[in-house]
Write a protein that binds this ligand. Structure first.
Ligand code: SF4
Length: 317
């Protein structure tokens, strides 16, 4: 049986702004098993990146539990958090802005090792060489600077830096979205190889369902701060239940046939997370909306093995 590494329960992250309170992450729960990849998908602004940053406490949660290896990391003090952070890393979307332009590639990858007092200067250099080889970077670029590299190699530097402290869990926050399509597959394949070799567990955030489909074991669909459907990958693609998931999937091309399903066009923009709609927050855009949808937020309903949906269409049945 698969062993759970991370369990997130009733997590909330609200931000206060002059215009009101942003419900960026609004009471979500999910778990991730060791060595699996949970894909987190949704339109931009739905709270995916805030979720990723909150579960590793790069930003502080407003409420909820984040149980990692049986510890609630939401409760850890600074020293305990620093220890646990070694095991929890993040790869950012834009490798250029996440790298310090004044630091050489060798220094960038070695920085976490220096901070955590990994060893002598020589031991750190040797470890950096090893990490560069692992992610497919030539040793020739050790003394180069980020602006001298293309996007694919910069992302490999970001990956090497994330691996430097030998983590168990990595939040991959749109790691291929800023890359050319030809480079995306190389980076995805690299992440899969590393996962296999190093027994890594991923929370993989993307807005592109083709990317999510390629890499995920299970998929969670987010809309306006909430998870509306979560299921094993094949179950979600074969039998999407939530109207929002159906609309997202309808835009994915069918391989080989080079055509699309009947596309469901989502009308209207994502509503503001400052004043989310009442009841089911998807109701203003949902073609299957019923009177109850405006009044009551749908509860979680199991519709198959490990397949959970929040929609009155299924809870009413
Ligand atoms: Fe649509 Fe109602 Fe289901 Fe929300 S609860 S997705 S509005 S049918």
């Amino acid at each position: 049986m698969s062993e759970e590494l991370l369990s997130v329960n009733n997590l909330k992250k609200y931000f206060s702004t002059g215009a009101g309170t942003v419900h960026a992450v609004d009471d979500i729960s999910f778990s991730i098993n060791k060595k699996e990849t949970l894909g987190l998908v949704g339109e931009s602004g739905c709270g995916k990146s805030t979720t990723g940053r909150t579960v590793i406490r790069l930003i502080e949660p407003t409420a909820g539990e984040i149980i990692y290896n049986n510890k609630n990391i939401a409760d850890l003090n600074k020293r305990e958090l620093r220890q646990t952070r070694r095991e929890m890393q993040i790869i950012f979307q834009d490798p250029y802005s996440s790298l310090d332009p004044r630091k050489s590639i060798g220094d960038t990858i070695g920085k976490p090792l220096q901070i955590h007092k990994f060893g002598t200067k020589k031991e750190i250099e040797d470890k950096v060489d090893e990490l560069m080889e692992k992610v497919g970077l030539s040793p020739d670029i050790y003394n180069k600077y980020p602006h001298e590299l293309d996007g694919g190699r910069r992302q490999r530097v970001g990956i090497a830096r994330a691996l430097s402290l030998n983590p168990n869990f990595i939040v991959c926050d749109e790691p291929v979205s800023a890359l050319d399509v030809s480079i995306q597959a190389q980076i995805l394949n690299l992440l899969e190889e590393l996962q296999h070799d190093m027994d890594l567990t991923f929370l993989f955030i993307a807005h592109d369902l083709s990317v999510i489909k390629h890499i995920s074991t299970r998929i969670a669909v987010m809309y306006l701060g909430k998870i509306v459907e979560i299921a094993p990958k094949n179950a979600l693609f074969k039998n999407p239940v939530h109207p929002y998931t159906k609309a997202l999937l309808s835009a994915v091309p069918i391989p080989k046939l080079n055509r699309r399903h009947d596309r469901i066009i989502l009308e209207g923009a994502v509503p503001s997370p400052i004043n989310p709609p009442s009841g089911c927050s998807f109701h203003p855009r949902c073609k299957e909306m019923m009177p109850i949808c405006k009044e009551i937020d749908p509860a979680e309903t199991m519709v198959g093995e490990d397949h959970r949906v929040n929609c009155h269409l299924v809870s009413e049945k």
